[in-house]
Ligand binder design. Structure first.
Ligand code: NDP
Ligand code: 8X3
Length: 256
């Protein structure tokens, strides 16, 4: 499973699943364009990957909600970096866990703008080059929340249902172009996700992952690497992965 000579663009590479995918793709030989808002975290990661694996990186301080900035970032890539082989649309989040009648508009906008529009912006800018070269792979990080709606999940679930629909739309529209699409739908993964959802409330966030063994970001990175290293004729469209103790979005075998 090697990615020697490949260029991968990863959104949201400063933490969690995106960071683990960066580390795993780097170990497999890829060079990386890493983007997130927290550039300091990307710098530390890039230095680490260079010293461990000799990885070349381009770092982009980027909020995927801002189309003008996303467009400038992609258009300003030097020619050696312009031919992106793999796009990992990972940047995303849940904000809040409120009944819809009490949800915050600002939370809804942040989720929809990041999870849906950010993914669309990057894809719209990067896909034409892949189609022109008849080669490329888009990995979208969906969620079990894109397959099931759970109580108070409303808008987060809607944003991930949208990711799943967009992934299927990509598979259909890119059919015959040589470009592959993979949608990965994880269940509970222990990352900064819950802390972000609960606005930095660490004790509430910790409870999400207590009483069972959640997935680790590395588990998702292993799956992403597997998906992007199959033979040319093999396209893995959809993967649902949960911890052993998770049956559905709401049924989790917790020992308290
Ligand atoms: P983390 O909070 O650990 O990481 C989220 C990443 O997204 C960070 O690198 C963050 O970087 C980046 N990000 C957030 N907002 C923006 C933005 N506006 N522009 C650019 N980057 C942004 O969470 P996860 O690693 O868990 O989440 C990654 C993806 O996986 C998300 O799409 C999430 O919905 C999905 N997912 C997570 C699951 C889980 O249980 N953890 C399960 C299923 C799916 P920065 O803050 O520096 O910008
Ligand atoms: C993250 C998993 O169940 O918290 O997408 O929505 S869940």
């Amino acid at each position: 499973m090697n990615l020697n000579g490949k260029i991968a663009f990863i959104s949201g590479a400063s933490a969690g699943i995106g960071k683990a995918i960066a580390e795993t793709f780097a170990e497999a030989g890829a060079n990386l364009i890493l983007s997130a808002r927290r550039i300091d975290k990307l710098k530390v990661l890039a230095e680490d990957l260079h010293s461990k694996f000799g990885t070349e990186t381009q770092l982009i301080e980027l909020d995927v909600r801002n189309f003008d900035k996303v467009e400038a970032a992609i258009k300003n890539l030097r020619s050696a970096w312009a031919n992106i082989d793999i796009l990992v649309n990972n940047a995303g989040k849940a904000k809040g866990l409120d009944k819809i009648q009490g949800g915050l508009l600002s939370d809804w906008e942040e989720m929809i703008d990041t999870n849906v529009k950010g993914l669309l912006y990057l894809s719209r800018l990067i896909l034409p080059g892949m189609v022109e070269r008849a080669s490329g792979h888009v990995v979208n990080i969906g969620s079990i929340a894109g397959l099931e709606v759970y109580p108070s999940g409303n808008v987060y679930c809607a944003s991930k249902f949208a990711v799943h629909a967009i992934s299927k739309g990509m598979v259909i529209d890119l059919n015959g172009t040589g470009v592959k699409v993979t949608n990965i739908a994880p269940g509970l993964v222990e990352t900064e996700f819950a802390e972000v959802r609960f606005d930095g409330d660490k004790s509430r966030a910790e409870k999400v992952y207590q009483g069972y063994k959640p997935l680790e970001a590395q588990d998702i990175a292993d799956i992403a690497l597997f998906a992007v290293t199959r033979k040319h004729h093999v396209q893995i469209q959809d993967i649902l992965v949960t911890p052993l103790d998770q049956a559905t979005a709401t049924i989790v075998n917790k020992k308290q």
